[in-house]
Design a protein around this ligand. Structure first.
Ligand code: CO
Length: 654
């Protein structure tokens, strides 16, 4: 590099045997975690990683990210795969490249703060199973939330990478909260904690090229630890930011293999290898090997995942991120949530309310889980608030944030919102001033007891401690005590071909065949559903008979004007909303589709009006639903773990 920060050409040998650059940019590959989490709903299966794992090990990556983030949740919930097993299996193929995982501080790989004993056990088990680098972050950049895990990472002899979540107060770096001084102070704090490397985690793709230059320059001057930049492509700036970061002396960059790159994922590695070829920061990677891996992926892996790619837009960049300074994943979640509530036309109000809610909740960085907390509360406000009352329905997570359970926010929480959120809060009405983990009761022994006879080792217990409802269900699948549902089973290339055949048939109008039997008389229990298949609309009448729903008639009708706009998913249409049926007593209706997490009362219990009766998980948030009236619980209509539609009668009070 010369004195102007420009790269110097040092070699004209472009072959595989070219001399090693003076200071090669180190690369972490994210294809197997953030890549498929960003593009394919985290649905990547272990078996599909094995086909290229051996070749990936030959590239020379500084590390491969293989675990953490949403993978743990998705694997045991939707793929019926043991997350621990994935690390052990991949380790057999990656013989020299270290593994990196994303650890959400005291949230580990979940969405709430876990007790210290669970955090310790988790890091120990992850280390033992083969994890090498712990990329640790806290959504609030409150490093007190690292105090439990970091000593365990160090004790296990592993690499502690401390993250600074990149956030903005203005459209560009600077302004009141998230300015250069903020980031330098955070980097120094991480170095004091013993960070082996420091990562700027730009999860929304917000970092602009010249801001990246100034930021990396300032960090390199302030701390000794190598600097790593993690930036999503979402807004379209990441490749430019990478290059400016290289000019500023960044040590490590994050990229994906081309099939896992761009859109809301990361820049691709291949163009970067060419851009740096022959310079003093040459990666040294063999471009032919990368092309070979890409070819295998394109041919035999990606067809299984193509249907998960968001193809609602042609553009691969999301300009609304530039407008709202909000992660792309969060934006698409918001749109989906509004769609589930049949209110997608009010998304503009959500974007308007969002900065206000964020400010009121302490100008938190928008990263999992705070992005969800702020996002879901914003949706709640838009849907439920009246002109004279805001925050009419407050999620449990917002209450926890106001109580201090996530940590210290960048700016103080609005006192009025805080007071309202904590009114009658189960943990107390006065926020805590200490490290959140310090007030949590140990959870591990309880988890051990609750899984007695089911869990076979500590990995099972920790999985259950992290995700009690879905974790228990997974353990039953794992030990053949319950059958794995068909939708959790892997898709093969043959399945993909069969599906394409079906689509072809449907398009040519041959899919609906003449009924073999005459339809019986319609009974009184007939319910009508609207089913949307792309732009076609069907009216379907369903009546339960002998326990199984029977489709009585499928009649295509002209699509109503509104139906064509959103690309509605056809299958769960029936789950979305049920008309409230007549019941004897006061029903507690599900205010939104979700999953029953627990009942706080049993049948026959007395309940006061407003007392929590059911906890419903919706949009990954737990919502305590209050009893609509005082009385005795007459019935609880669902089991823990059941998915329910909007307006489903969860309980009846008589
Ligand atoms: Co990321």
């Amino acid at each position: 590099m010369n004195e102007h920060g420009k790269l110097e050409l040092t070699s004209l040998n472009y072959g595989k045997d070219r001399p090693k650059a003076k200071n090669p940019v180190k690369i972490e590959d994210l294809s197997l975690r953030d890549g498929h989490q960003s593009l394919f709903a985290t649905r990547g299966r272990t078996e599909d990683m094995l086909e290229v794992a051996g070749r990936m090990d030959e590239v020379g990556f500084w590390a491969v990210e293989t675990w953490g983030g949403a993978t743990f949740d998705t694997m045991h919930r939707f793929l019926a795969e043991d997350p621990w097993e994935r690390i052990r299996t991949l380790k057999k193929y990656f013989k020299k490249t270290p593994f990196s995982m994303l650890l959400r501080g005291q949230n580990l790989v979940g969405y709430r703060n876990y007790a210290d004993d669970v955090a310790v056990a988790f890091v120990e088990r992850a280390s033992e199973n083969g994890m090498d680098i712990f990329r640790t972050f806290d959504a609030l950049n409150d490093y007190r939330n690292f105090e439990t895990v970091v000593p365990v990472i160090k004790r296990c002899g592993k690499h502690f990478q401390g993250c600074i979540c990149y956030s903005l107060t203005e459209p560009r770096l600077g302004g009141g909260v998230y300015n250069l001084g903020y980031y330098v102070a955070k980097a120094k704090a991480l170095e004091d904690m013993g960070a082996d490397t420091i990562c700027v985690k730009d999860m929304a793709g917000l970092i602009a090229p010249y801001d990246a230059y100034n930021l990396i320059t300032a960090l390199k001057a302030a701390v000794k630890a190598p600097i790593h930049l993690h930036s999503h492509f979402t807004s379209g700036m990441a490749q430019m930011s990478h290059l400016k970061a290289i000019e500023a002396g960044v040590d490590i960059l994050d990229t994906c293999l081309a099939p896992y790159a761009f859109r809301t994922s990361h820049p691709a590695i291949e163009p970067l290898v060419m851009a740096l070829l022959g310079t003093d920061r040459d990666t040294g990677f063999d471009i032919n090997l990368l092309a070979e891996i890409d070819e295998i992926l394109e041919r035999s892996i990606m067809p299984k995942y193509k249907h998960l790619l968001d193809d609602t837009r042609i553009s691969i960049i999301d300009t609304s991120v530039l407008l709202h300074q909000t992660p792309g994943g969060m934006l698409s979640n918001l749109v989906n949530q509004m769609r589930e509530m049949n209110a997608v036309d009010r998304i503009g109000e959500v974007f308007k309310e969002l900065p206000r809610v964020r400010r009121e909740l302490g100008t938190v960085p928008l990263v999992t889980p705070t992005s969800q907390i702020v996002g879901v509360q914003t949706v709640m406000n838009v849907l439920n608030d009246t002109p004279d009352e805001r925050y009419k329905m407050i999620t449990d997570q917002v209450k926890a944030l106001c109580f201090g359970l996530y940590g210290k926010t960048a700016t103080p929480i609005d006192p009025e919102v805080q007071k309202k959120a904590l009114k009658g809060y189960e943990r107390g009405e006065t926020p805590i001033g200490v490290r959140p983990g310090a007030i949590l009761e140990p959870e591990l022994e309880k988890a051990k007891k609750e899984t007695e006879g089911l869990a076979k080792d500590m990995d099972d217990v920790v999985l259950y401690a992290l995700y009690p409802v879905t974790g228990k269900r997974f353990l039953k699948w794992k030990y053949n005590l319950e059958e794995i549902p068909a939708e959790c089973r892997p898709k093969t290339l043959e399945d993909v071909k069969a599906e394409q055949e079906l689509v072809k048939k449907a398009k040519s109008g041959c899919l609906v065949e003449a009924p073999a039997k005459e339809a019986p008389e319609k009974g009184t229990g007939v319910r009508t559903f609207h089913v949307f298949v792309d732009n076609e609309y069907f009216k379907v009448e369903v009546e339960e008979e002998g326990g199984a729903p029977v489709v009585r008639s499928v009649s295509p009708v002209a699509a109503p004007a509104k139906a064509a706009a959103p690309k509605a998913a056809p299958a769960p249409a029936a789950k979305k909303e049920a008309a409230p049926p007549a019941v004897d007593g006061t029903p507690l209706l599900a205010p939104m589709p979700g999953m029953v997490v627990k009942y706080e009362k049993a049948v026959g219990d007395k309940v006061a009006e407003g007392e929590t009766l059911v906890v419903l998980e919706a949009m990954k948030m737990q919502n305590a639903l209050p009893a609509p009236a005082a009385g005795t619980v007459k019935s609880l209509n669902y089991c823990v773990g059941d998915s329910v539609a909007k307006n489903a009668v969860l309980a009846v009070i008589g």
